[in-house]
Design a binder for this molecule. Sequence first.
Ligand code: KG4
Ligand code: ZN
Length: 344
Amino acid sequence: MRVLGIETSCDETGVAIYDTERGLLAHRLYSQIALHAEYGGVVPELASRDHVRKLLPLIEEVMAAAQTTPAQLQAVAYTAGPGLIGALLVGACFGRSLAYAWNVPAIDVHHMEGHLLAPLLEPNPPEFPFVALLVSGGHTQLVDVEAIGRYKMLGESVDDAAGEAFDKTAKMLDLDYPGGPLVAKLAESGTPGRFEFPRPMTDRPGLDFSFSGLKTYTLNTIAQHAGADGLPDDQTCADIAWAFQEAVVDTLVIKCRRALEQTGKRTLVIAGGVSANRRLREKLTAGLAKIRGQVFYARQEFCTDNGAMIAFAGAQRLLAGQQAPLEISVFPRWNMEGLAPISH
Ligand code: KG4
Ligand code: ZN
């Protein structure tokens, strides 16, 4: 079965075709980063309009690259939430309408389920059951995953998401948007140990996260060392980036180990934009080896938003006989625990 996947929940237009026998046939991504850069963050209305402009050419490109005609598609999957309502509506209207015109089912995909399943696109995919750490711009969640669609939330951020904390720290250090990769890059030239930032909520039991205090701590450290231009010198900025990243990474590692111990599981899957972070991958791999756990993640380009994960998640739900109703609905807030389980 062949599925066209469409992702438009935020600032990337992603399109892909996944074939349940042959795997991923083609994928394309258009990032709106340049469009939003001058505003220092995503402007929702601009995002929606740009999805409208880019979606059709991208679909045509992917269909050509995958040498696929509409008659060869068995479904159209689109991200129905969570995300920006206008941006979601663009993908949902396109996806639902194409499915109607081509007389195939439409599949409404949960964006975070897309992220969670992205590592299954890799050559050595993890086996169920596992614990998933979802770390994106909007979410930080630890999920107990029994099978596709069988999710139990173990813990989540009570305030900022990990990616959001990276983005806000980038802003404080006068780096561009999105800041995660830039903070990570700056941290590479940081002096280990010059600053020691707190590891929030690790000294008490539980699997929830909080990153807003760390943000304030970072802001205060910057202020203490700021020169006339409001910023510390370059080396101090790098040292702060190092300390910040180390604190976030350690906090995530501690909670992941705890989640595996609590559930008795050995496999951890990390997904979402922050799972692209090299230091996080390194420290998780080392930290879990100590408890004979193994960590799985997607290739770099499938950690951040993309169409491939939506086509893949849609294909799994199509195989289980699920589809979206004719009515077009999107869910800017959507709890993953409420998804239908699938068993095939
Ligand atoms: O999953 P994603 O593309 O979009 C959402 O669903 O939110 O995640 C984007 C987030 C941004 O906050 C970005 O700064 C962060 O992921 N990010 C990173 C890295 N690459 C992306 N954070 C830390 N290190 C990275 N290498
Ligand atoms: Zn995402």
